[in-house]
Structures are given as structure tokens and as C-alpha cells.
Design a protein around this ligand. Sequence first.
Ligand code: ZN
Ligand code: FE
Length: 258
Amino acid sequence: MSILIDIFPARSDNYGYLVHDTATGKTAAIDAPDAKAIKEAAARRGWTLSEVFITHHHTDHVEGIPVLKRDLGVTVTGPEGEQSKILGLDVLVKAGDTVKLGESEFQIMETPGHTLGHIVYFETAGRHLFSADALFSLGVGRMFEGQPGPMWAGLEQLKALPDDTLIYCGHEYTAANAAFALAMDPKNAALNIRAAEVKRMRADGRYTIPVSLGMEKATNPFLRSDQPVLAKAVGLAPGADPVDVFAKLRKAKDEFKG
Ligand code: ZN
Ligand code: FE
């Protein structure tokens, strides 16, 4: 029981993912940023796409649904909490549900904040987390709809996954995120090493993902909202409520000019 993952760029800075269950050949796309890019990736691999797993309602994650349904007859799974905002959902899921792709299983976790109903898909056997815009490498999605408390709680759930979990996020934002992370946490040795690596990877045209959760826990300022050094960076006392630190970090990032 294992999966293969195809990563491909879509739109301007989205990542598209195909997940292939090796036991049965069943294949799912994570989100539908661009039907053409998804179909090309499937053709390149020789995989037949039958499922789409949607994380949230933003256009850059759902726009390909109608064409994929029309051309391939895919079954679309997505968040119950956003059913009124996403056209073409066939299967509704919520926290605690399990989604199957052949013999592979994905646990659904709710990560509100970027959007209220945002969900992520955690493939349990191989520990692959498809986090879309809830968790990026060195950052988190902009808080368009939610509140800091629930958004932090969602991230804490993700932090509780095993450190060797591999994170596949929705966008290539890592270099810009690294600049903000370094401004907040300049003496973090692991972050300095990761930021230099990201610079090299981007210069070589390489993807900066997947990245391990262990690495993110050591370097992502938002995941480190419970650390005194980040409280201090946003002008709060060491030991401040992580929710307050998180809220201030999110606001600082919105205003950050690099
Ligand atoms: Zn989004
Ligand atoms: Fe997005």
C-alpha cells in the first residue's frame, strides 16, 4: 500500500499534484487549479484520473473542476463546510472522515482561517500531507475568512503529526516566506540554513517542496508562535498566548515589504 506523487506547476505559482495508488492504479488530483495542466501530467505518467480532492473554494483551487468532470467524469470530494461555494462536489467530507483512493487512506483535518471551511488531506501510511493554503513552507495562508484562535488550533493539529510527514502545499511562496521568517527569527540557525537552501533551489528552478514537518516546526515562524523568541519579535512578553503571537505575526506578514 503506497502512493506515488506527481508534482507540477500550474497557473502562475500554484502546485498541482497527482496522487497514484500503486496497488490499484487509482489516481486523484489534489485540487483543480488548471484542468489542462492536470490532464497533461496524467498523460505524461500514463495514469487515469478518476478523483479530485478539493481543499477550499478559491478559484485557483477549483477552476478546473467543470472540465475534468466533462472530459474525464471524475468524482469530486471536498469540504462540507464550503459546499455552497464549490460547484460540482460529489462527496462531502469533514474533520475525522477518511477518504479512500484504492487501498490508500487520507484523513481529513479542518484548518480554518485562510477560508472557513479549508480542509487538508493526510495520507496516513506514507505520511504525506496535502496542506494547500493552510500551511506553506515557511508560512501560512493569508487569513481571509477566519480568526486567529481557530487558525492556530488547526495548525496545532498539523504540528502533532509525525515529524517525518512530508508537506505538499498549494503554492511556491517559499522564498518570499523565507524573507519574512528571517526578519522575525534572524538567529534561528535551522532557518538560516533552510533559507540559503531555498535560494539555491529557486536559482536552479527547483521546487522547494515537499518539506518535512520537522523542518517546518524548526523554521516556520507561524508554527513557532508558542516560542518566546517569536513573542519577542512581535513585541509581546515571552510566555504570551500563542494565539496573540500568531495574530500579530499574521498581521506583520500582511504588511511585510521584504
Ligand atoms: Zn486559497
Ligand atoms: Fe491558493
